[in-house]
Design a protein around this ligand. Structure first.
Ligand code: ATP
Ligand code: MG
Length: 428
């Protein structure tokens, strides 16, 4: 016997009615983005591996162990094989596209959003998958477009608060930090390296490595035993330049004015190397261990690191899978939405006429389920009651007289309806 095939570990099928919720979330996000004057960008699902190595960073978990990469074999002898990677995140692709299409030369700020799957080889668990979906946005442009203004940071955060509110997600927390300029971060990394030297041997093996290669990452450690040590480490706020401090203060002042609540978190450094200055996460208690709904921050040097022009920017990515989990926990699972009508042809000779009727009704905008003339009337009624609010019976009599038999399941009332009144009746 052949083995049955299943979806690959860490991937899953999304089925109705759950996909209704996914579509609703995506539609709300698109509406909110439009109000803030964002446009959609769609970048390829795979990119050259070096794009992620140079943006996300070699030392990050994502690049060092979570990427799906492969050598794309050369087709001609003259061609070299190319290392390709399924995108683990979308900011790198957007910034690559920004550079490639010289979007900076368009003068205004580029405000771009995306919705799509991302891929990371992580240990699958609740809220953590190997193919997952992100909704994200980027605000990026040359400094002359105002892309560096703290108002941009505040506007993005205010938009996120609005989006979560409109999705009906209550009880979120915005956690906020500044990790300063690239120079501030380098300085802080050295401070941390020195502080960690005597402490690291007592920490987890990941931290022992990070203490040397990328000390900032130690702050991300989730191992409970390491937390008391981490609590004693110097905080980044003390390493910030005057510029970075002023920028952060202006972001906070704008959030206060707009009444967007937030919590400062000195430990929030985020998992990607390209962040500078403002970094943030929105968390939700209902998610358990995987409590981050979304994360983001500023990436003022990213474009240059990828060989592009100076183009400061700020963006975020939210986990669509986690938004769905949060909303499912809040609401009772909604039953499948019922169709407006189920058409039951009484005999296979009436199938063609039933299709014609269904076509008419569907073109009028009704949601219609089409039965089959081989079904007994009892079976048609059973199927219809599960799928639709009403059954429309189409027999030879009905076809001849032009009066259709319609039964409404909620009221139990059965009536004859002239064909030209049918659309109006089924809409009511
Ligand atoms: P986490 O700390 O949960 O691993 P992260 O810092 O790796 O998150 P980002 O790279 O900032 O996450 O991605 C932004 C958002 O994407 C996260 O806040 C989360 O909601 C979602 N996300 C990240 N990885 C996964 C995954 N493997 N499965 C489902 N959602 C994910
Ligand atoms: Mg992660």
């Amino acid at each position: 016997m052949s083995q049955t095939l299943k979806a690959v570990r860490g991937t899953r099928d999304l089925l109705p009615p759950e996909t209704d919720l996914w579509n609703r979330i995506e539609a709300t996000a698109r509406q909110v983005f439009a109000r803030y004057n964002f446009g959609e960008i769609r970048t390829p699902i795979f990119e050259d591996t070096s794009l992620f190595a140079r943006s996300v960073g070699e030392e990050t978990d994502i690049v060092s162990k979570e990427m799906y990469s492969w050598e794309d074999r050369a087709r001609a002898q003259s061609e070299k094989a190319q290392s390709l990677t399924l995108r683990p995140e979308n900011t790198a692709g957007v910034v690559r596209a920004y550079i490639e299409h010289k979007l900076g030369e368009r003068g205004q700020l580029q405000k771009l959003y995306y919705i799509g799957p991302q891929f990371r080889r992580e240990r699958p668990q609740k809220g953590r998958y190997r193919q997952f979906w992100q909704i994200g946005a980027e605000v990026i442009g040359p400094p002359s477009s105002g892309s560096e203004s703290p108002l941009r940071d505040a506007e993005v955060l205010e938009m996120l608060a609005t989006l979560l509110d409109e999705l009906g997600i209550t009880g979120w927390t915005l956690e906020l930090n500044s990790i300063g300029s690239a120079a501030d971060r380098a300085h802080y990394n050295e401070t941390l390296r020195a502080a960690l030297a005597p402490l690291a041997p007592k920490m987890c093996t990941d931290c022992q490595r990070r203490a040397v290669t990328n000390p900032l990452r130690v702050l991300d450690c989730k191992v409970p035993e390491d937390q008391p040590v981490i609590a004693t480490l110097p905080v980044i706020a003390d390493s910030l330049s005057e510029d970075a401090k002023a920028h952060f203060a202006a972001v906070l002042a704008a959030l206060d004015a707009a009444q967007v609540p937030y919590k400062l978190n000195h430990r929030l450094v985020r998992g990607l190397d390209y962040y500078t200055r403002t970094t943030f996460e929105f968390t939700h208690g209902g998610l358990g261990a995987q409590n981050a709904l979304l994360g983001g921050g500023r990436y003022d040097g990213l474009s240059e690191a990828l060989g592009g022009p100076k183009a400061p920017g700020i963006g975020f990515a939210m986990g669509l899978d986690r938004l769905v989990l949060t909303l499912q926990a809040a609401a009772q699972s909604s039953p499948l939405e019922k169709a407006d009508a189920y058409i039951a042809p009484l005999g296979e000779n009436l199938n063609a006429a039933a299709l014609t009727l269904a076509r008419e009704l569907r073109r009028a905008g009704l949601r219609v389920e089409l039965g089959d003339g081989s079904f007994r009337l009892k079976k048609s009624f059973e199927f219809a009651e599960r799928a639709a609010r009403r059954i429309v019976i189409l027999g030879d009599d009905e076809l001849e007289s032009g009066n259709l038999t319609v039964k409404d399941f909620a009221s139990g009332v059965q009536t004859k309806v002239p064909r030209k009144e049918l659309v109006a009746r089924l809409r009511s």
